[in-house]
Design a protein around this ligand. Structure first.
Ligand code: FMN
Length: 193
């Protein structure tokens, strides 16, 4: 087992994959880890639509405009990634949980979106668990394509929060323009109070 610091150091968003399938047992273990992420009131509102089906992955890649991506000179990302995970949010889970007698308030009273925070926490758990199996993930925001909940017939009350690709990294990590900007200084990010 790797130390968590090693996994954090190794993790980087991945947009190029080998065409090698991911063992289903590993995938399930990773999803099980993500299911264990913290959530507001233990509402557990994060949902995952998972597919390894090549036809479905190609349809997603087409819907997200992979052809235009290739035309810009990039290598294929979505169609090659052996696993697609549609990250979703069940807002009803929060409404339901905060209507319980041991709770007061609810989503409309919150100063920040705890459900959105919960998705972030679950996804980071997923990325690190994937790294433990030598797998890398990529994230594509919902702005980049159609509503996959609707397109794939996932439950209507789920809200599409992003598409995660997972697989074995092909070649070294590409230095994107964002990455080339470097890291902010520790003292800008951390302030002792
Ligand atoms: C909320 C969020 C949205 C992102 N959206 C995209 C995206 O739409 N497309 C993409 O290629 N990468 C996206 N990324 C990946 C970031 O660009 C990447 O995490 C960042 O540059 C740091 O690189 P690293 O994760 O490889 O360390 C997103 C990441 C986050 C957390």
């Amino acid at each position: 087992m790797s130390s968590v610091f090693e996994l954090i150091r190794r993790r980087a968003m991945c947009r190029r994959y080998q065409e090698r399938a991911v063992p289903v047992a590993h995938l399930n273990r990773i999803l099980e880890a993500a299911r264990r992420a913290p959530s507001a009131g233990h509402s557990q509102g994060v949902r995952f639509g998972v597919t390894t089906d090549p036809v479905r992955r190609q349809a997603i890649a087409d819907a997200f405009g992979e052809q235009e991506y290739l035309a810009k000179g990039f290598q294929p990302w979505l169609s090659v990634a052996p696993v697609h995970i549609v990250a979703c949010l069940s807002e009803a889970s929060y409404e339901e949980r905060y209507a319980a007698p041991d709770k007061s308030g609810g989503p409309s009273d919150w100063p920040v979106s705890y459900p959105v925070m919960d998705v972030g926490q679950a996804l980071m758990t997923l990325y690190l668990a994937a790294e433990e199996y030598g797998l890398s993930c990529g994230y594509l925001g919902p702005h980049a394509g159609p509503d996959l909940v609707e397109m794939l017939g996932l439950p209507q009350e789920w809200r599409f929060m992003g598409l995660i690709t997972m697989g074995y990294r092909l070649g070294p990590t590409r230095k994107t323009r964002s990455i080339k900007r470097g890291w902010r200084e520790f003292d800008e990010v951390v302030r002792w109070i």
